[in-house]
Design a protein around this ligand. Structure first.
Ligand SMILES: NC(=O)c1ccc[n+]([C@@H]2O[C@H](COP(=O)([O-])OP(=O)(O)OC[C@H]3O[C@@H](n4cnc5c(N)ncnc54)[C@H](OP(=O)(O)O)[C@@H]3O)[C@@H](O)[C@H]2O)c1
Length: 358
């Protein structure tokens, strides 16, 4: 699958823009601003993750009005793919996205995720993807998102008490009713993807994938290719680490999620900064920034990869979008992959933990 090559008419980004060499073999992203496909959806290859627009993730989020404006500015820049979830807040990110989308809904592709129960105060009450609960969750989403359909509805985390076939069947029913256009799954194993896809065709898998977290290369990317399913990495900028603004002395406030992420312990940072140094080296070589190298590297791996880097800041949005102007020849990509494979990384989840309950 699936690079359509159909132009979206995306705006050229000043940051890092440069002419494409006709010799460049890139990789999907490299073809500049061409759209990619997730099932029937045509999306900009770099979308926008809206998780941290709700409090409780990384930096304290800016004011709601600023986030509404950022989403509309992203649309002006040519970004047409937004990622949110019921659990972000909970409900706050979807609510912001819903407000932002009101004047531009038909021009945007909207993805959200279900999979959890909440108590009356909005507190987390465990995983729940029982069919009745999915239906109820989707009604809440449609209301918060101020829309009559969700373009891409993901299972956020597998519910160990509900068979994947039942979950896929419930989403299939919602597709038949027109409330949902495409089905996605997040952080599942290749086997669970196959089980879901056999019941309701899956348009996209969403999982952590970056220059530091390469587990999807073990089997998931091949499975996606075989089934014609798109792949949407989260964490592709490594929660900002690959954006080059951290060093071995970086520490996080206890309310910042990164304070408990194994990649960011003081010991892990010492090792993992090797990958950042590699991204920095390639950034100089390609007249780009390290985060643009990180995003372009992932898009170069397969032509069905679509990014959703999370940001709350306009300069970062522009910088991330500028990764579309970075291309690698096949020789360069092989060289970068070889250098990367030689670098140790500390903090990866073991496969068994990554696929737990999946
Ligand atoms: N399916 C899942 O289980 C799952 C899990 C996590 C996230 N997600 C989705 O994936 C999206 C992206 O993931 P993520 O937000 O965890 O990770 P991310 O995109 O790797 O990192 C976001 C962090 O990087 C910073 N950042 C982004 N661009 C930057 C730049 N150019 N320069 C410097 N810092 C930059 C952001 O800060 P600023 O705000 O300051 O730019 C934020 O702190 C989320 O928004 C969410 O929609 C899905």
């Amino acid at each position: 699958m699936l690079a359509s090559g159909a132009a979206l008419g995306l705006a050229t980004v000043a940051s890092g823009a440069r002419a494409q060499s006709s010799q460049s073999v890139t990789t999907a992203g490299s073809s500049g601003t061409g759209a990619r496909r997730l099932g029937s959806l045509e999306v900009s290859p770099i979308g926008l993750g809206c998780m941290a627009m709700a409090p409780g993730f990384y930096n304290p989020p800016p004011a709601r009005e600023e986030m509404v404006r950022l989403i509309r500015d992203a649309h002006e820049l040519g970004v047409n793919f937004l990622d949110t979830a019921e659990v972000y807040g909970p409900f706050i990110s979807e609510d912001i996205v819903g407000e932002a989308l009101e004047p531009i809904r038909d021009e945007m592709v909207l993805a959200t995720k279900f999979g959890f129960s909440f108590n009356a105060n909005g507190g987390y009450a465990g995983r729940n993807s029982q069919p009745d609960h999915i239906r109820q969750a989707v009604e809440g989403m449609l209301s918060r998102l101020r829309t009559d359909r969700i373009d891409l509805l993901y299972l956020h985390r597998m519910d160990p008490n509900t068979p994947i076939e039942d979950i896929a069947g419930a989403v299939g029913d919602l597709i038949s009713e027109g409330k949902v256009r495409e089905f996605g799954v997040s952080e599942v194993s290749p086997e669970t993807l196959r089980g879901a896809h056999a019941v309701t065709p899956v348009a996209a898998v969403q999982s952590e994938y970056s220059m530091l977290e390469r587990l999807p290369e073990a089997a998931m990317l091949d499975t996606c290719e075989e089934l014609g399913v798109g792949f949407v990495p989260w964490g592709a900028t490594m929660r900002g680490l690959l954006a080059d603004n951290m060093n071995e002395y970086t520490r996080f406030a206890s309310e910042d999620r990164r304070s408990s992420v194994p990649f960011f312990t003081p010991e892990a940072l010492q090792t993992n900064l090797g990958v950042v140094a590699l991204a920095r080296e390639w950034a100089q070589r390609k007249e780009a920034t390290p985060v643009q190298i990180a995003l372009a590297w992932a898009m170069a791996q397969r032509d069905f990869i679509v990014h959703i880097p999370g940001t709350t800041k306009w300069p970062h949005l522009v910088e991330n979008r500028g990764a579309l102007d970075v291309s690698f020849t096949s020789e360069e990509l092989a060289e970068l992959n070889t250098s990367l494979a030689a670098l140790p990384v500390v903090g990866n989840r073991p496969e068994s933990a990554a696929y737990e309950n999946q």
